[in-house]
Design a protein around this ligand. Structure first.
Ligand SMILES: Nc1nc2c([nH]c(=O)n2[C@@H]2O[C@H](COP(=O)(O)OP(=O)(O)OP(=O)(O)O)[C@@H](O)[C@H]2O)c(=O)[nH]1
Length: 128
């Protein structure tokens, strides 16, 4: 099982979501940006590093949500979500095909990576 962090990032009340590329695993699915936890880092270090590498921004992580374990058949992931606020930097996509800044009410319209669905649902129930 691979441990993957992801971040639900608030940018001026909107939520940043990213779309995977055609050549990536789970092509064109929408996800919260993040990536695999490396051996020498903790989960918070991981999510900050991945967001800087993938999206080019700095974030302030303020809460962790429930992890989502999902078996895609060819691989199984433990997806660890964090809530974060945008701090600085311009969004530049290093790997993703697209991004959107959405209202909470628009999140369920996307074609999500399966592992993200319980996380989206928990997030929608929060009073923030
Ligand atoms: N970053 C991220 N990955 C997710 C999410 N949901 C989800 O199922 N994943 C899966 O978690 C895995 C690890 O993410 P990653 O971005 O570091 O890895 P990758 O597959 O692009 O790289 P790889 O091809 O080198 O293994 C991916 O296979 C991705 O499909 C999510 O919300 N965020």
């Amino acid at each position: 099982m691979i441990n993957v962090t992801c971040a639900i990032i608030f940018v001026d009340k909107k939520i940043l979501v990213t779309q995977r590329g055609e050549d990536m695993k789970l092509p064109l699915k929408w996800e919260f940006p993040g990536g695999k936890v490396e051996e020498n880092e903790n989960e918070i270090e991981c999510i900050k590093r991945e967001i800087k590498e993938e999206i080019n921004i700095e974030i302030d992580v303020f809460r962790r949500l429930s992890n989502s374990i999902y078996d895609y058949g060819t691989f199984k992931i433990n997806l660890i979500p964090f809530l974060a606020n945008y701090i600085s930097g311009g969004i530049i996509l290093a790997e993703h095909k697209d991004f959107k800044l959405l209202d909470k009410s628009e999140l369920l319209d996307l074609d999500w990576a399966e592992a993200d669905l319980p996380i989206v649902e928990e997030f929608l129930k929060l009073e923030l």
